[in-house]
Design a protein around this ligand. Structure first.
Ligand code: GDP
Ligand code: MG
Length: 163
């Protein structure tokens, strides 16, 4: 049985870095699919023996006429509604900021399952942010370093439990 995982969170927390790590070069041809635009990137992901579809909420960085908040909400809600599991990423080095609460609220209302992840957790700079993350009330965070590939076994176990 396969599933769909949406990677959600504010800009710059490392969503695309994790997406690229999970997908490698197996990027799906999403541009040809109706209703899938380039601001939701979809790929075929692999983690251990798990095979699943991963959605990256890209497009938040591009300037358009629509307000950033409006765009973030629209994109995130679309990703959340499509997904079986949401991976909500915060930046462990920055801790919880207002922007994170915005996403947490969307997830609490709409997501079937949420895995909270504190990314950029390599070294010790991420410890504060990791403990902060409990305050979101979304359960125990997984410590990740998308850039260095740390915490992937923990992420595997959490996906394994939920799928
Ligand atoms: P997105 O906007 O959420 O998609 O974030 P990106 O994946 O584009 O990453 C934003 C920045 O954070 C980039 O400079 C990445 O290299 C950096 N980054 C991503 N993951 C990590 C990590 O695990 N540790 C550190 N230190 N930096 C990271
Ligand atoms: Mg990105």
């Amino acid at each position: 049985m396969t599933f769909k995982l949406a990677i959600v969170g504010r800009p710059n927390v490392g969503k695309s870095t994790l997406f690229n790590r999970l997908v490698g070069k197996r990027l799906a041809l999403v541009d040809d699919q109706p209703g899938v635009t380039r601001d939701l990137r979809e790929g075929a992901a692999r983690l251990g023996d798990l095979r699943f579809t991963v959605i990256d909420t890209a497009g938040l960085e591009e300037a358009t006429d629509e307000s950033l908040q409006g765009r973030m909400r629209r994109l995130t809600e679309r990703a959340v509604d499509e997904a079986d599991i949401c991976l909500f990423i915060i930046d462990a080095r920055e801790g919880i900021v207002g922007g994170d609460q915005f996403f947490a609220e969307i997830l609490r209302k709409r997501a079937r399952h949420v895995i909270l992840a504190a990314n950029k957790a390599e070294g010790r700079a991420g410890e504060g942010g990791f403990y902060d993350a409990y305050s979101l009330g979304l359960g125990e965070p997984v410590q990740l370093s998308a850039e260095h590939g740390e915490g992937m076994e923990d992420l595997y176990r959490r996906l394994q439990e939920l799928r």
